[in-house]
Design a protein around this ligand. Structure first.
Ligand code: SAH
Length: 259
């Protein structure tokens, strides 16, 4: 196996949500740099590899990105097969793109492996379809956290008609609420807040836009959590309160199966 860095998504937490390709990369790894939010249970696939924690759980507050870059480069140049294991998908708020570019510029062979991103997993685990015919024609993934001062176009988000999935939002609930309300989103827009998605200790809190901050506070919502904002977040309620809507969907589905 030639020297290579695999940038691998470990999925949201449930080890069964790991891809077969991620398992293959782990099996071939000599060195695994493991990030925060990766369930260490997945390391059963690389019993012989050297494991290097590079997140907050590694003992330091946060491993500098430049140090991680150099570490990957050093091992790759020593002919090692390196797996950089990240929570969720490596390219969704995971710096996968930057790391791949940095390594390739230095002549290192890089392969990216998808993982199931937390936003998609969290919604599905709570039976929330992020897109739903007649309800949501799209989905927008957004981070509430920025290192630079780049601000989001909240008004466009509020009026997009797509389901919003917000990452890193627990500490920003007040700002998210204010911005979406100011952008014209309806006060009673359904919200689902999903903590530790796909793990045995997953918790979910359902609310509406105006009440989400208070509800999250009473619920003691903690990171990691994602927010799903939009009509689909009350999907179960929609089905219960509008039997006609459910019947129509079921009939259409039956029709599609037959045709
Ligand atoms: N690359 C990751 C995201 C990293 S950013 C992915 O694709 O999932 C970290 C943020 O992801 C957290 O602040 C939280 O908003 C979200 N997150 C990660 N794992 C999560 C989980 N199991 N449950 C809920 N949110 C999670």
């Amino acid at each position: 196996m030639s020297a290579k860095v695999w940038l691998v998504g470990a999925g949201p937490g449930d080890p069964e949500l790991l891809t077969l390709k991620a398992v293959r990369a782990l099996r071939e790894a000599d060195v695994v740099l493991i990030d925060d939010l990766v369930n260490e249970a997945v390391l059963e696939h690389c019993p012989g590899a050297r494991i290097i924690p590079v997140g907050k759980r590694g003992g330091c507050r946060s491993t500098p990105q430049a140090f991680i870059h150099r570490l990957m480069l050093r091992y790759a140049r020593h002919g090692k097969c390196v797996v950089r294991l990240k929570g969720g998908d490596p390219c969704i708020f995971g710096r996968g793109g930057e790391e791949a570019q940095w390594l390739r510029e230095r002549g290192v062979d890089v392969e990216l492996v998808n993982g199931i991103t937390a936003g998609l997993a969290g919604a599905t685990q709570c039976d929330i379809p992020l897109t739903l015919r007649g309800v949501a024609r799209g989905v927008t993934l957004v981070t509430a956290h920025t290192q630079d001062d780049s601000s989001l176009n909240w008004q466009a988000l509020a009026q997009s008609g797509t389901t919003l999935v917000i990452y890193m939002g627990v500490a920003k609930l007040s700002e998210i609420r204010e911005q979406l309300l100011a952008g014209g989103m309806a006060t009673d827009t359904p919200v689902a807040m999903i903590e530790n998605a796909s793990l045995p200790h997953q918790r979910e809190c359902r609310s509406v836009l105006t009440a989400m901050e208070d509800d999250a506070h009473s619920f003691e919502l903690k990171s990691p959590a994602i927010l799903v904002i939009g009509a689909v977040a009350a999907c179960e309620e929609i089905k219960r309160s509008q039997p006609r809507f459910t019947r129509q969907l079921l009939q259409e589905d039956a029709f599609q199966c037959r045709s």
